[in-house]
Design a protein. Structure first.
Length: 450
């Protein structure tokens, strides 16, 4: 595993006939950087650029480039066999923490480290080009200073280069400065493609993807610790709260919902709705986390902040409490909230859960009325437009009004649709509960999903 000293040793200050930036070793005699450091007149010029590493300088010649992706490969006039070059990685598959090193103009030749979290591994920038979108408290701290010179700096995740910095999201009030701590990176696949075109030792097969580490693994622990350190830096700056949401989502991906919940409970000030996706992914098999999420959501339910989506999540957590404890007070709370949300918004998800919970509470009649209203609210959608969850809701609504033929039709369509692994299992479990309450045999499940 690389540490920051290895990254520093492989990076150099590149000076082209046009401007300065950062280049990084990808072979003993090759460096990669951002193509926009050059102009058309620089192409093919021999030894017109220099790369200064720690205590070593080499002349460099532009060999090949991809202008659209903003990457370039240069050959060095002499190799550096004693210096460790950086290895290329493939696509980032999660909101990982990253490290970077470069030479901003304000540093006057001095290298500076950066770090942050991948906010979107598969992004499209404001020029409609594929990039990695990165968030960084370090970049945000530099909002008082332009960050020119970092162009070409390698972005490293788990010891592999996943891309290099190409440009930042411009502040509309001052285009020379970054907005929101967001920067864009050219993906490493572009660099490997250019190298492969040169053949020989530079030919690649497939770059290893950067997968999310297993929860509890040393690598996951390392990432979660770094995320918490980044959040401390963020909290000292006037940054948008979606940066804290990003950190919480990353912790959830690492299998640390406890840390994510503590983070959103302590760091949020006003933009509460952005924490809902985090709360929605609390694992129901961990009762302590369910209780913690209920506590957070209850604290958000002030008159000014009463949001349908917040109430829906709270009802969902109450439903989890009911299924794990059998305590009907939680089912009653579930029904009350879902029904209130449906009456206010006509949201089909709240409606079908209000109808089902009404049936399970042995309320005679209302479940059919609510289910009929759900069918009406979803009537503008064709089955081809519906996802697995919507198809399952239609099947359940027809079951609750006693139309078993159409219930079978929509349940089977739901089972055929791609969706989350546990999605169809959850739909079937809810159907089983409703069958019991309706006095119908469990064998109907085979008819519905067979």
């Amino acid at each position: 595993m690389l540490d920051i000293s290895d990254i520093k040793a492989a990076c150099g200050l590149i000076t082209t006939p046009t401007m300065q930036g950062t280049a990084y070793l990808i072979a003993v005699d090759r460096v990669a950087t951002a193509f926009h450091l050059f102009q058309e007149t620089d192409i093919g010029l021999i030894d017109q650029s220099t790369v200064r590493f720690q205590g070593t300088e080499r002349k460099a010649t532009l060999q090949t480039f991809n202008e659209k992706s903003d990457c370039a490969i240069l050959s060095l006039n002499e190799p550096l066999p004693d210096r460790k070059h950086l290895m290329l990685g493939g696509a980032v598959k999660w909101k990982a923490t990253w490290d970077c090193y470069g030479f901003p103009n304000v540093g006057k030749g001095t290298g500076v480290t950066l770090g942050g979290i991948v906010s979107d591994p598969d992004a499209i920038d404001d020029l409609d080009r594929p990039v990695i979108e990165l968030s960084s408290p370090d970049v945000a701290a530099g909002m008082a200073s332009p960050i020119h010179g970092f162009s070409g700096s390698p972005v490293v995740v788990d010891g592999l280069v996943v891309g290099h910095l190409k440009r930042f999201l411009s502040d509309p009030d001052n285009p020379t400065r970054p907005a929101y701590g967001k920067v864009y990176a050219t993906r490493s696949e572009c660099v490997s493609s250019l190298l492969s075109q040169q053949g020989g030792d530079y030919r690649f097969s497939e770059l290893p993807a950067i997968e999310r580490p297993s929860p509890g693994s040393p690598l996951a622990t390392k990432h979660s610790k770094k995320i918490r350190e980044l959040v401390k830096q963020w909290s000292k700056k006037d940054l948008p709260e979606d940066t804290t949401v990003l950190a919480a989502h990353s912790l959830m991906e690492l299998g640390r919902p406890d840390q994510a919940l503590n983070l959103v409970a302590t760091e949020f000030k006003s933009k509460m709705t952005d924490l809902f996706p985090t709360l929605a992914h609390v694992q129901p098999m961990d009762p302590l986390l369910v209780d913690r999420s209920i506590e957070i959501l209850q604290n958000l339910r002030t008159p000014k902040r009463l949001k349908a989506v917040a109430d829906g999540l709270l009802a969902n957590q109450y439903m989890t409490k009911w299924t794990t404890t059998g305590d009907r007070q939680f089912l009653d709370a579930t029904h009350t909230i879902y029904l209130d949300v449906f009456n206010k918004t006509h949201n089909w998800y709240a409606g079908i859960n209000a109808a089902a919970s009404s049936l399970w509470l042995d309320k005679s009649g209302p479940h059919e009325t609510i289910a009929t209203a759900v069918l009406k609210s979803m009537g503008t959608l064709s089955s081809r437009e519906m996802d697995q969850c919507q198809l399952g809701a239609m099947g359940e609504a027809y079951l609750l009004v006693g139309n078993l033929e159409d219930a079978q039709k929509y349940y089977r369509l739901a089972a055929q649709q791609p969706g989350a692994k546990g999605g169809i299992k959850k739909i079937a479990n809810q159907a089983r509960q409703s069958l019991d309450s309706l006095g119908l045999p469990q064998s109907k499940l085979d008819d519905f999903f067979g």
